[in-house]
Ligand binder design. Structure first.
Ligand code: ADP
Ligand code: ZN
Length: 718
């Protein structure tokens, strides 16, 4: 008989340890099994399997309980390697999370289906038949568009119904063929010749003996081109390459750029279905594909010999997962690079303070690209909104911005307008008593969404009817204050009735893939003005964009968070970088209420170092990162008195530690849950982690306590 140790998948499970079952056959480690746990069936991952010659009775005596039998073995082969399992253990330690939460984060959901997916992969293709077929005009067009041997899946993307008609008419016929995977064939012709600066960065990354390099290159300096050359180098050496990009920047353009160089590449991102994710996971595991472009979770793919991990826009906050385990992809990348003896390239036009500081200290190799490929920087202008408001102008689009837009449209160029707030109006207030309408479940003001005629909570998504009078004093009418992208879009359309304007924010890209569609239309210049939230600030490289307007540029600075200056600076620098990237001169207009703020000044000067020096000085004085580490503990509960006492009890167990420990602080309510925050700040992260672990383990062992979430080195504070 075999003793099987497993980690049980169960979201509500606080216990962070394996459980022992028995089975009459050997089960390989890291296969999934079904077990009975707390009287219901659950999936689990095998972490150990040892032979025993004891019988069930003897085992019961030895263990003090009768171990249950494994109900069913799910996988024929392990779903992960030793490397990945050890990575999960490391992840649990460094993020203070349960191991099973880490394992679940690392594996694609659909691994459940793995039983049925062995044997050669088949692919369906179409043969174009000869003959005189009766086809409609549209059917004829599609027929012409198809080429011999086109993959059926690709053809059906054009139109499922027309393809069916073509088959019925006998114009094409489907056949199956065993899929052949070319090992990341490289199309050498399409590589651009690197400039001298790019070439130098490329050589230095390959030749350095430092594990990490930081490529600090202004927007449009050709960083992406350097990545692609590096990828080719490591692939030719037989190594795997991973290019990580922020959540939203896997644009059609980016995908095309990679595809034209490497015919076989895995794109791994959140818009894939569970099945697609699983298939891509399998392709990497089976070494069918050696280059992956993906978002955060791609860092957990089962590579066999990584040569290089590139993290594009390394400062981006989407690299931090904001639910448990709250890991930062950079730390995982470093860990994997050590395991694989690989290199890591961090790249950004506005590096994180931490990375830049480490590079200056020499921990990382620092490489700079100071010039744009087209050698021309956009001209930047700051518009003081205080002045323009006094003159009774539109407070959404100021006069200078309106004039520039007019010019831009007359020259048949394109503009991007950034406003980092969606919806119509962010505040609804009573004109009599002045009270603001708030979400019932959150301490958050409601946003007015005009097109749907509703009020919406941007915290929890709850939707409300617009009351016809103030719920507090019964007076009417209600007034709408401030503006979001929807209102700004309306204003733009009013000012430029003939322009084609499109909006991109979380409301307009609700449907899967619609984000790609909007960008495609902009790329084809079917759209003149693209207005949107921070979604449109990143990575877009369109030659006809000559104007970028940033509305309420300093709104982000009002947040009290320690990191808000950096976040705002990054966003404004990113957005300005979209203008004038090709042969035409670019312009950027920044509308702000605090034109003298150092963030706005630094953007005006396009000077990262100017910002860095001021910001680091402030961080030093306040002991915020990178001068310290933070562990944030958030307790939440629907029961206010329990969350208070839970927070007090946890604080008591922490308060004598040799770090700066902040007392429980009440945060606003979210989704009916009252929240308290405890902060631990200090320089010795390892000691902080160890002590926090001990305190949390003891806390979890108590009964009837509030839910707790831990974020190590949070990018912003709750
Ligand atoms: P970044 O990633 O730094 O913002 P990109 O890699 O997008 O910059 O490059 C900006 C533009 O310059 C792109 O349109 C790109 O195709 C072009 N480009 C980059 N490197 C070269 C090169 N060596 N020769 C010609 N064009 C280049
Ligand atoms: Zn809410």
């Amino acid at each position: 008989m075999y003793l099987i140790e497993v980690y049980v998948t169960n979201a509500s499970l606080n216990v962070n340890r394996p459980f022992t079952y028995i089975y009459d056959q050997l089960i390989e480690k890291y296969c999934r099994v079904r077990v009975l746990f707390n009287r219901s069936e659950n999936t689990a991952i095998v972490s150990r399997c040892t032979y025993t010659d004891k019988n069930e009775g003897e085992l019961k005596e030895e263990l003090g309980y009768a171990p249950l039998k494994i109900v069913e073995v799910i996988d024929e082969e392990p779903v992960m390697s030793d490397e990945l399992f050890n990575l999960a253990i490391w992840l649990a330690k460094t993020t203070v999370s349960p191991l099973i939460a880490c394992l679940n984060s690392m594996l694609p959901k659909a691994l459940k289906t793995s039983r049925n997916l062995s044997g050669p992969k088949m692919v369906s293709r179409f043969h174009k038949n000869e003959g005189d077929f009766k086809l409609t005009k549209r059917q004829r067009e599609v027929y012409e568009e198809l080429y011999e041997g086109i993959e059926a899946a690709a053809a059906r993307k054009i139109s499922v119904s027309i393809i069916r008609k073509l088959i019925e008419a006998g114009a094409i016929s489907e056949y199956e063929e065993e899929a052949v995977f070319v090992n990341s064939a490289i199309d050498q012709r399409s590589f651009k010749k690197l400039t001298a600066d790019q070439e130098r960065a490329y050589e230095q990354i390959i030749n350095t003996n430092k594990m990490v390099s930081l490529l600090f290159g202004v927007t449009g300096s050709g960083k992406t081109e350097v990545y692609l050359h590096l990828a080719r180098h490591y692939l030719e050496e037989g190594k795997d390459v991973l290019i990580l990009v922020p959540e939203i920047s896997l644009t059609p353009q980016m995908i095309e750029r990679v595809k034209e160089r490497f015919s076989d590449v895995v794109f791994y991102h959140s818009e894939l279905s569970d099945q697609e994710r699983y298939e891509q996971y399998k392709r990497v595991k089976d070494k069918e594909v050696r280059i992956v472009v993906g978002t955060r979770s791609a860092i957990f793919l089962p590579f066999s010999s990584l040569g290089l991990i590139i993290i594009d826009e390394e400062h981006d906050s989407s690299y931090k997962q904001d639910n448990v385990p709250c890991y930062h992809v950079k730390n995982v990348a470093f860990k994997r690079a050590i395991d694989h003896k690989a290199k890591v390239l961090l790249a950004s036009a506005t590096p994180s303070l931490e990375s830049y500081t480490r590079a200056l200290k020499g921990d990382y190799q620092l490489l700079e690209l100071k010039e744009r490929i087209n050698h021309s920087f956009p001209q930047i202008e700051v518009i003081d909104l205080n002045r323009h408001l006094r003159n009774n102008e539109s407070y959404i689009i100021s006069k200078p911005l309106k004039n520039e837009l007019e010019k831009c449209l007359n020259e048949n160029k394109q503009a991007i307008i950034l406003l980092n707030r969606r919806g119509y109006s962010p505040i609804v207030r009573c004109s009599e008593c002045g009270s603001t309408l708030m979400c019932n479940d959150c301490d958050t003001p409601l946003n007015y969404h005009k097109d749907e005629g509703i009020l919406k909570c941007h915290q929890c998504g709850k939707i409300y009817r617009i009351p016809d009078r103030c719920p507090k004093c019964g007076h009417k009418p209600l007034l709408f204050y401030g503006f979001g992208t929807k209102k700004a879009e309306e204003e733009l359309q009013r000012l430029f009735p003939h322009a084609s304007i499109e909006r991109m924010d979380r409301d307009s890209v609700g449907r899967k893939g619609s984000h790609q569609v909007i960008l495609k239309r902009f790329e084809n210049h079917e759209t003149d003005i693209l207005i949107g939230t921070q979604m449109i600030a990143k990575g877009l490289d369109y030659p006809d964009v000559t104007l970028v307007g940033i509305l309420n540029a300093d709104a982000g600075l009002m947040h009290q968070d320690y990191n808000s200056a950096k976040v705002t600076f990054d966003l404004l620098m990113q957005a300005s970088g979209r203008s004038g990237r090709a042969d035409h001169d670019g312009k950027v207009l920044i509308q702000a209420f605090n034109p003298d703020h150092y963030v706005i000044k630094a953007v005006l000067l396009q000077d990262y170092n100017y910002f860095y020096n001021i910001e680091m000085n402030y961080r030093n004085k306040t002991s915020y990162p990178p001068y310290s580490h933070i562990i944030e503990i958030v307790l939440s509960d629907g029961d206010p008195s329990r969350v208070r006492s839970s927070a007090d009890s946890l604080y008591d167990s922490l308060k004598d530690l040799p770090f700066k420990i902040y007392r429980p602080y009440e945060l606003g309510k979210v989704k009916k849950l009252l929240r308290y925050r405890i902060l631990i700040m200090g320089k010795d992260l390892l000691a902080m982690l160890k002590n926090t672990h001990e305190a949390i383990d003891a806390y979890i062992a108590k009964r009837n306590m509030s839910r707790v979430k831990i974020d190590v080195d949070p990018l912003y504070l709750e």
